[in-house]
Unconditional design. Structure first.
Length: 594
């Protein structure tokens, strides 16, 4: 059927951002000129946390020939009853907006709100339309930003769809808003939006849908709809297996997820150990050498114990992610061997994966008589998997990996200024590339791993660069106030504070709205910060905390040079984006009105 594009139409665009942030503005800005090219009159209703909602009028709805809903849910659907409506995703609308509008005109159908669905509706449709009781768990590797942002996005999307949603966050401080036994028992559906392994045994017998925090944050409505249709009933045994398999992508399963699970559990050891070591330096750099002193005790706790546990914990929880509880013992044993053999974090990673896959193979493929099956998890699997892991580490892996790590450590320690600057540029740019995504996490994991071998400079560059995007966005909203709407200026203040705390994700609302300008500006600033940090020889004892780590003497050295690195990169990002930013439509209207 051919479409006549010359006919003037009255169209309403409902743009909703799944994470409650800024994607809706991007949709509106892309579709508005496409509608003008088709000679359509378009009214906009943009839903976002960055600006107060201005709903379309009842008169506009009455006169509309077509309703187009893009992004998340359809707010207040009853008002569109009887109108031709088309619902599409952000990914459909952005690449080819004019083609998307043509498809919307062609495929739109008369809308019937869920409350008016006739009795003949199919059971699948009915299950989607009926209000569901949903419980969810969100958990990201560092447990700081994505965990809570994904939880908020799921809760908002669920409410908009008419469902009752309760979300438990498993962040760096442990489980918060913990689900009760009654809530789990009464739930129709469980969503596990986790980038790390979590214990799903309490959800046995429930329909479970597994995904990542990234999907839950960026595609919250689609995640809930997919969960309603695709969630599967799981027993305790099948749940453990499915948890290890992940949920349909490399980011959600396999090496990436297992490694980040280990890093997540290792992080508290690194932070606590690093800060305790720094506290011991308060009494003098060499004070810990005098036995019986408080400085010596602090060094024993931080360096002798917490740092000694880093590699075993890393390996143990990589193995746990792969094989569940049977993997912990052989993983930690292999990790301790890696540490004792000098193989460091690289050896720990190898030990974790080896122990995990050996334990999982024994769990799945070793069949014993029922009379001795109960001995399998407490005797057979720990014994054999620990034996195999230990022998491989001692005779095959330990010495070669220790040699590799030793050469890497020596290279980093002896780097000239040129090589140090180049490494700082690379690490800084990686930290700002995807604002908490896989590339950012890869750089961060590299820095954390080197702390075990007492190599502190890369971690300093990584944390400094990770502060730049969010601080830079705060600076931009201050330098170029007239280019930002009032809500964006408020978001800039929050972003600035998050940046000081080393929460790179504070820049996500700005990157979501204007990625082609925000990301390059952030990467340039991060690269400059990383380069300066490496050039001045900055060293960082703890891998988190942002500028507030400065409150502990000697946690960061040299302080002045480190602050200069952060300030320089943040100014480049902030001023650079302020210059590149196009003036917001609201701010232009305010200036004209003034």
């Amino acid at each position: 059927m051919s479409i006549c594009t010359s006919t003037r139409m009255n169209v309403i665009l409902i743009a909703t951002c799944p994470s409650g942030m800024a994607t809706s503005y991007l949709v509106a800005e892309r579709l508005r000129p496409a509608a003008q090219a088709l000679d359509w009159q378009m009214d906009l209703e943009v839903h976002s946390s960055l600006e107060r909602l201005a709903p379309v009028s009842a008169e506009a709805i009455a006169n509309a020939d077509l309703i187009i809903a893009v992004g998340g849910s359809l707010p207040d659907p009853q008002r569109f009853s009887g109108k031709r409506l088309y619902r599409g995703s952000v990914h459909q609308a952005l690449p080819q907006p004019e083609a998307f509008l043509r498809q919307a005109e062609r495929d739109a159908s008369v809308f019937t709100p869920l409350g008016d669905v006739p009795a003949s509706t199919s059971s699948l449709e009915a299950s989607h339309s009926a209000a569901q009781r949903i419980v969810a768990v969100t958990a990201c590797p560092t447990g700081v930003a994505h965990t809570f942002m994904a939880a908020e996005a799921l809760a908002e999307a669920g409410r908009a769809l008419g469902h009752q949603v309760r979300v438990e966050t498993q962040g760096s401080v442990g489980a918060q808003d913990q689900l009760t036994d009654d809530e789990i028992a009464n739930a129709d559906l469980v969503i596990l939006a986790c980038d790390i392994e979590v214990d799903a045994a309490r959800f046995a017998g429930k329909r479970i849908y597994r995904t990542s925090t990234g999907n839950a944050l960026k595609k919250s409505r689609q995640t809930i709809e997919a969960a309603l249709g695709e969630a599967e009933l799981e027993s305790a045994e099948s749940g453990a297996a499915k948890g290890n398999e992940g949920a349909r992508s490399f980011k959600e399963k396999g090496i990436y997820k297992h490694l980040l699970t280990g890093v997540s559990f290792m992080l508290p050891m690194v932070v606590a150990g690093g800060l305790l070591i720094a506290l011991s330096f308060v009494f003098g750099i060499e004070a810990f050498r005098e036995e019986g002193t408080l400085a010596a005790a602090l060094m024993q706790i931080g360096g002798g114990t917490a740092f000694a546990l880093m590699v075993p914990v890393l390996a143990g929880y990589i193995a746990y992610s792969i094989a569940d509880r049977p993997g912990i013992a052989p993983g930690m044993i292999g990790g301790m061997l890696a540490a004792n053999l000098g193989a460091g974090f690289i050896g720990g990673i190898i030990a974790g994966f080896l122990a995990g896959y050996v334990a999982r193979a024994l769990t799945r493929h070793v069949r014993l008589p029922s009379s001795v099956e109960s001995l399998k998890p407490i005797l057979i699997i720990p014994l054999i998997s620990s034996l195999v892991t230990g022998l491989v580490m001692i005779y095959l892996v330990g010495e070669p990996v220790a040699g590799i790590l030793g050469k890497l450590t020596a290279f980093l320690a002896s780097m000239g200024s040129t090589n140090a600057v180049l490494l700082g540029i690379l690490l800084g740019a990686m930290m700002c590339f995807d604002l908490g995504g896989p590339v950012n996490k890869a750089a961060y994991t590299f820095g954390v791993g080197l702390l075990a071998s007492e190599t502190y400079a890369p971690m300093a560059a990584i944390m400094a660069a990770g502060m730049v995007p969010a601080i830079g966005m705060g600076i931009a909203t201050f330098v170029a106030r007239s280019k930002f709407a009032q809500a964006e200026r408020e978001a800039g203040k929050a972003s600035f504070i998050l940046g000081l705390c080393f929460i790179t994700e504070g820049a996500i609302p700005f990157a979501a709205r204007d990625p082609l300008r925000v990301i390059p500006a952030a990467m340039i600033g991060g690269a400059i910060t990383g380069a300066i940090s490496m050039l001045v020889g900055a060293k960082l004892m703890a891998p988190h905390g942002g500028v507030f780590v400065l409150l502990i003497p000697n946690a960061i050295t040299p302080v002045v040079g480190y602050l200069i690195a952060i300030l320089a990169g943040s100014l480049v990002t902030g001023v650079g984006y302020a210059m590149l930013k196009r003036r917001d439509a609201e701010s232009m209207a305010a200036m004209q009105g003034g």
